[in-house]
Design a protein around this ligand. Sequence first.
Ligand SMILES: Cc1ncc(C[n+]2csc(CCOP(=O)(O)OP(=O)(O)O)c2C)c(N)n1
Ligand SMILES: [Mg+2]
Length: 328
Amino acid sequence: MLKHDELGLSNDNVLEMYRLMVLARRIDERMWLLNRAGKIPFVVSCQGQEAQQVAAAFALDRSKDYTAPYYRDVGVVLALGMTAKELMLQAFAKAEDPNSAGRQMPGHFGSQKLRILSGSSPVTTQVPHAVGIGLACKMNQDSSIAYVTLGEGSTNQGDFHEGANFAAVHKLPVIIMVENNQYAISVPLNRQVACEKISDRAIGYGMPGVTVDGNNPLVVYQAVKEAADRARSGNGPSLIETISYRLTPHSSDDNERTYRSSEEVEQAKEKDGLIVFKQYLIENNVLTEDLDAEIEKQVKEEIDQATDYAETAPYPSPESLYHGVYYE
Ligand SMILES: Cc1ncc(C[n+]2csc(CCOP(=O)(O)OP(=O)(O)O)c2C)c(N)n1
Ligand SMILES: [Mg+2]
C-alpha cells in the first residue's frame, strides 16, 4: 500500500488531513441534527466523500489555485481555509455568511478570498466556469490552475462535454474530478451510464483519465498532484474519477429507503474513507486512540462554538435584498 512519505507528505500533513476529514464529517452530522430539530432548512451531505475531498485540496497549491467545488465538497472548502463558523453561518442563512450572505441554498460555496467560484444550482455549470478560469490563467501566463468537481450523474450534462472538450483542445490548466458516489439522487450508477468507468470518457476528449479509490486519500492525492503538475507545466487538463459511496440520503429532503436497502448502506460504511484512513494512520504510528479522542474533542468544541454563534447571528436585512444582484 502506498505510504504518505513516498508522496512527500509529513506526519503533520496527514494528521491535518485527517483532522479536516473528521471536522467535515462532524459538521455534516451536526447539520442533520439541526435540520431535524427544525433549525436549518436543508442539508446536502459530504458523508463518505470527505477523504477524497481533503486529499484533493491538499494536492493543489492552496495559496493560488482556483476551485469550483460542488455542493458536497465540505472537505474541499475546509481544506482551502473556510471555517466551521462560516459553514454554520451559511447553513443558518445568516448575514455574515461569507459564501453568499445567506442568499444561496446551503452547499453553494463561494469565496473571493479563497478563490472559490460561486456555485450555481443547475448541476455541472461549474465545469465551463472552471474551464474559463483555466483559459484566463493561460492567457495571463498565471501559473495557477483550476480545479473543478462534480458528481458522476452530472457527467451526463452537456456542460461537462463542452467544458472538457474546450479545455482539452486549448490545453488548459484544468483538473476535472468526478466524485462517483454511485447514485444521482435515486438513480444508481448502472442506470446513469453504459460505460464501465466515468474516466473512460476522457479518451473522447483527448485527455488522460484515471479512476482511483476515493476511500484512499493517498491515491487521490497522488492522482490530483500528477494532474496539477501536468496542468501547471502546460500539458493540459485531466479527468479523475474517485469511487466512493454516498453514506446519507441525497439531501435532508430525500427518503433513500424507496430506492436502496439499509444493508447496502451498512456494507459501504465498512469501506468509509474516514475509517480506512484512521486505521492507516494508527498502523503507521502517526495516530493513537488518545490523539484521536483529543482531535474529536477539539472538533466538537469548534462545532459547538460555530453553531452557537451562527444560531444567534442576525439574518440579512430586508433592505440588502438587491445587494450583489444588480450593478450598484
Ligand atoms: C441541470 C440540473 N438538473 C437536475 C438537477 C437536480 N439535481 C440536483 S443534484 C442531482 C443529482 C446529481 O447526481 P450526481 O451528479 O451523481 O451528484 P451527487 O449528488 O450524487 O453527488 C440532481 C438530478 C439540478 N440541480 N440541475
Ligand atoms: Mg452521484
